[in-house]
Design a protein around this ligand. Structure first.
Ligand SMILES: [Zn+2]
Length: 80
């Protein structure tokens, strides 16, 4: 079992017992229990991003993985 459901006010990896800083953000939801506007967010360190992504994709959960770049505002990017 891995520990799930840590709140996002932490910036550490969501993997159980990992204290590393989160470098990746995984937005996911469980279609069986979550409505379409309900998205859970995990953070992952470089070491565990693959583990968590596999954990979620193995369950066929809709999943988006993005690098967590606090200084980058690329998500706003309408710039040419
Ligand atoms: Zn980790």
């Amino acid at each position: 079992m891995i520990g799930l459901g840590r709140p996002l006010d932490q910036t550490t990896c969501s993997r159980a017992d990992c204290r590393a800083a989160g470098r990746w953000r995984l937005d996911w939801r469980n279609p069986r229990i979550h409505s379409t506007d309900r998205v859970k967010i995990w953070l992952a360190c470089n070491e565990h991003v693959d583990y968590l992504r596999e954990f979620l994709s193995a369950r066929d959960f809709p999943l988006t993985v993005r690098a967590l770049e606090p200084c980058a505002q690329d998500s706003l990017g309408d710039q040419q």
